[in-house]
Design a protein around this ligand. Structure first.
Ligand SMILES: NC(=O)c1ccc[n+]([C@@H]2O[C@H](COP(=O)([O-])OP(=O)(O)OC[C@H]3O[C@@H](n4cnc5c(N)ncnc54)[C@H](O)[C@@H]3O)[C@@H](O)[C@H]2O)c1
Length: 283
């Protein structure tokens, strides 16, 4: 096991979706552990405020307004990080959104928006930073935030679930590509379970639909009552990234349970089964 604190200390971390929740938690913890942090988000006010707080605490933070669906904006983010700090040791592709509703009732714009942020944002972020990290020849870390949902299935969250399966699959391939190259870039997949964030509050969905709003309420109260705080999640995630493991989990026992259930489902080629949590939504 590597020295968790020392491996990343003194390097630069670029974190997308750093304006709230898990991204903000990772940024605060990375700064407290001696990293320079580049805060990328569409929420310009939130990253400006967070950067000021981090700088007041004695660390260095650079807010860069970035829409991860825009490849040119991701290139500008990389330019800003390398121009300012000369290197990037850690990229966390964390920005992501949720949706709620039956697949056919979610409109095309919402489907496209979610897939663009959750999938294209991760792919192009990885691609753009991987090239620069490889060129530098220095050790680096690329960490993609999927979800415990990448191991499961959940009706009425189809765009989100499929996006997280895609992020996990992409990240597995990227890991192997770095192995093929013998590159010093450690790739990991982050599978958070419950973390108390604004993700369901902000989820684009039909606010006139009683069913959708009931589900939003249930998910919001589940995260606020049972979730880790973003900073607690940030600590566990940064430890996991630095440990050199591929799988990084905020709730390791839940991850193992979900992985075993998935393995059993695939081994037996069973039909998809409605979870009790899903049944509760329509009862
Ligand atoms: N909260 C949880 O319990 C949980 C569980 C599993 C996975 N995750 C994943 O963790 C990641 C972070 O989620 P969170 O819960 O902290 O959510 P959050 O809503 O608190 O934070 C997400 C951040 O991403 C930003 N963002 C949205 N669209 C963007 C875009 N186009 N470009 C750049 N930034 C954008 C938002 O402004 C926000 O600041 C997501 O990928 C999510 O799927 C969260």
């Amino acid at each position: 096991m590597r020295d968790k604190a020392e491996d990343l200390k003194g390097g630069t971390a670029v974190i997308t979706g750093a304006g709230s929740g898990i991204g903000e938690g990772i940024a605060r913890v990375a700064a407290a552990r001696g990293m320079n942090v580049v805060l990328a988000d569409v929420a310009d006010d939130r990253i400006a405020k967070l950067a000021a707080e981090i700088e007041a605490g004695g660390a260095t933070a650079l807010p860069v307004v970035t829409n991860v669906t825009d490849v040119a904006a991701l290139e500008r983010l990389a330019d800003a990080a390398y121009d300012h700090f000369g290197e990037v040791r850690l990229l966390v592709n964390n920005a992501g959104i949720e949706t709620i509703g039956f697949s056919w009732e979610i409109d095309d714009a919402t489907w496209d928006k979610l897939l663009s942020i959750n999938v294209r944002g991760v792919v192009h972020g990885s691609r753009i930073f991987a090239r620069r990290m490889l060129e530098s020849g220095k050790p680096g870390y690329i960490s993609n935030v999927a979800s415990i949902g990448a191991l499961g299935m959940m009706p009425t969250q189809a765009p989100y679930m499929m996006s997280k399966h895609a992020v996990l699959s992409f990240t597995e391939c990227l890991y192997l590509e770095m192995q093929l190259k013998g590159a010093p870039i450690h790739v990991s997949a982050v599978l958070p379970a419950q973390v108390a964030t604004r993700i369901f509050e902000d989820a684009p969905a039909d606010r006139q639909c009683e069913f959708v709003e009931r589900q939003r309420g249930m998910m919001m109260s589940m995260l606020s009552q049972m979730g880790l705080s973003p900073v607690e999640a940030g600590e566990v995630i940064l430890d996991g990234i630095a440990s050199g493991e591929f799988w990084v989990s905020t709730h390791p026992e839940t991850t193992v349970q979900m992985a075993c259930a998935r393995a059993q489902y695939l081994r037996t080629l069973a039909n998809p089964v409605l979870a009790e949590q899903a049944k509760a939504l329509v009862s």
